[in-house]
Design a protein around this ligand. Sequence first.
Ligand SMILES: [Fe+2]
Length: 364
Amino acid sequence: MRPGVKNAIRTPVEELVSGMVIARNVYELESEKILLYAGSVLDSVTIFNLKERYNIENVWIKTDISSDSLKQQMKAEIDVHESLNTLKEVFGKDEETPITELTEEAAEQIDMLADDLLDSIDTDDNLLLKMHQLQSYDDYTYKHCLRVAMMAVSIGKQLKLSREQLRDLALASLLHDIGKRMISIDIIRKPSKLTSDEFDEVKKHPALGYRLLKEHGGYSQEVMNAVLMHQEKYDGTGYPLAFKGEEISYLARIITVADVYDALTSNRPYRQPWSVAEAEEFMMGGSYTHFDYDIIVAFLAAFAPYPIGGKVLLNDGRRATVINTTANVLRPCIRVENSDGTTEDIDLYNDFNHLTLTIIKNIK
Ligand SMILES: [Fe+2]
């Protein structure tokens, strides 16, 4: 495993003082413009501008303090906007130009992002909600990789992986498709069906990613194998090695589940995204052929916070039964029990008359 490089703490702008050193690039809100580069030393004018002119709320400050107590005080939450900007830099901003190496700076950024993901799975209840909000109408590789990473660590947590395995899983899933950035963008973004030569080219991406990590050095064999094998299928019909079952790296089998689910539920130029329910059904149908059954079970558990048939408590005090899924796993269709004994069916996702109604928790 790569050594940790996280000597930074997320600090509210009100608590900044001159002389502090910025640990990560600070971006203008809602844009990719960098306001301050990592390594900049703060002065009072800069602090004032961050607060008053740019409305920045938090920045990462370098610190040598790494005690567990301090880490516990930090409210670990993944900042999707910041994470996307980080990944975009790692994957190369100019997507017309294929990348040829993983720079040291990019590797450090990925390390920090993996740490953020790990910290957030224990404390950020909205991780899956944020993952779903990240669904978008384009298919940029770096966005796909962030969604897959958020999903993969959630599955990994469900599978009770060790901290070290989860960190390897986070690193591998963030980087699983980096090999695609070494292939011509015309093939990767081609909106129509690929020719067999083009498909052969795409099929090189796991091995290219593996080579990139190997050449950079410092990655565990588990991380590199997970990148290499994420396109394998459980029945041996995948690529590049056509490995079967447990020959395929465990972490790769987890990434495959997250990867396919994300592909199905994302928009593509040639088709509409599948609903959560349709995608889950497809995934269940693929147990033992495409996927490892045990991982599918963990995936369904991780992604069905409110399973069909389960009882839930609503924020207005009423009880309800979940009767169907929607595109948002946190806002399913429910049958509400009124105090006069009547029931009412509500689609929490599509019915805008009930925007303020939310599920608080599962009940028996
Ligand atoms: Fe892939």
